[in-house]
Design a protein around this ligand. Structure first.
Ligand SMILES: [Zn+2]
Ligand SMILES: [Zn+2]
Length: 338
């Protein structure tokens, strides 16, 4: 093995550079991973545009990382060299904070974000904390597993932890990178599924992915359309701003909830009367635990859920990122390291 590896880093906001970095040994609680595939996620923009606290440059982005463990830290237990693993956005919990001690690993107070506070997967090698690792089943390729580690885990975990039960009406607002997986998971989990997107283009695709109904938000009133179907127990708002979330609230049945997954700071305007008299909820969901990650990958294999993927080699990371940001990718882009 050469003592350096290839990586694509962000040198300063919006500027990518392909570099060779010196190979590092993992710390006691870390593993070194030989990366095979890394998804390009919209949240990478937080790194590329320098939006999150604790971010310093240069930084290697990428938090949908799949590879094989190449070296183990001295204190790591439960993982083996050669094992194929995934790393998502949450870089691994600390085990000792108030939240960890209560079993709430997602909200660990000492958890770094992969590709934000430490280098991520736009690279041939990466170092990861063992507490953040996800097990990749043998019958799932690294390319196919990559987008499931963020886009998949986020939608799967949000639906699994929601109040919706089999047979309930569940709407997926936005059939894009997250939503095209959300529709598949919702259908396989036994919900009556409504896909919502702007225009008629995604209607046929949504049905193919498993939606029972399609609502075109550019021509129909989303709230009325959902109420005509009986009202949704859960609306997963995947890429939408505050206005879309507010519109979706009107489509809930009493006791229903909108789960907002869109990373936007646009405020959500809502009537306190609705929250009170209809007992509506607005929630957010930040990916999920490593164990939910394991479940996401297993569920995807046994239920035939797959992301629609375009692949590009690592050296075209800047182009891949630009294509993802343009909204033209169908629907996830995965970087390959060969
Ligand atoms: Zn913690
Ligand atoms: Zn992501």
């Amino acid at each position: 093995m050469s003592a350096t590896y290839r990586a694509v880093e962000v040198r300063r906001p919006k500027e990518f550079a392909e570099v060779r970095k010196p190979l590092q040994n993992p710390g006691p609680n870390e593993v070194r991973i030989r990366v095979e595939a890394c998804g390009v996620c919209h949240s990478d923009s937080a790194t590329v545009e320098g939006l999150l606290p604790g971010l310093t440059f240069p930084r290697v982005p990428g938090h949908e990382v799949v590879g094989r463990i190449d070296a183990l830290g001295s204190a790591v237990q439960g993982w083996a060299v050669g094992q194929r693993v995934g790393v998502g956005f949450l870089g691994g919990s600390c085990g000792y904070c108030e939240y960890c001690r209560d079993g709430d690993l997602v909200n660990c107070a000492n958890q770094a974000y992969t590709g934000v506070q430490h280098d991520g997967g736009y690279a041939e090698m990466m170092i990861a904390k063992s507490t953040g690792l996800i097990a990749v089943p043998d019958d799932l390729s690294s390319v196919n597993a990559a987008p499931l580690l963020c886009a998949g885990l986020t939608t799967f975990s949000a639906l699994r932890n929601s109040s919706a039960r089999a047979g309930d009406l569940v709407a997926i607002f936005g059939v894009g990178g997250l939503g095209h997986l959300g529709v598949q998971y919702a259908r396989r989990m036994g919900f009556e599924v409504v896909a919502i997107d702007r225009g008629g283009d995604r209607a046929e695709l949504s049905k193919k992915l498993g939606a029972h109904h399609y609502v075109d938000s550019s021509s129909a009133d989303v709230a009325k359309a959902l109420q005509a179907l009986g009202g949704a127990q859960v609306v997963l708002a995947t890429a939408s701003g505050g206005k879309a979330v507010a519109a979706a609230l009107g489509g809930l049945r009493r006791g229903g909830c909108v789960i907002s997954l869109g990373a936007t700071d646009e405020p959500i305007e809502v009537s306190a009367f609705d929250l009170l008299f209809k007992q509506l909820g607005i929630d957010g969901a930040l990916t999920g635990t490593p164990s939910a990650g394991d479940a996401t990958l297993r569920f995807s294999v046994i239920s035939d859920v797959a992301a629609m993927i375009e692949t590009m080699p690592l050296e075209r990371a800047a182009e891949a990122y630009a294509r993802m940001m343009s909204g033209n990718a169908r629907f996830r882009i995965v970087l390959t390291m060969q």
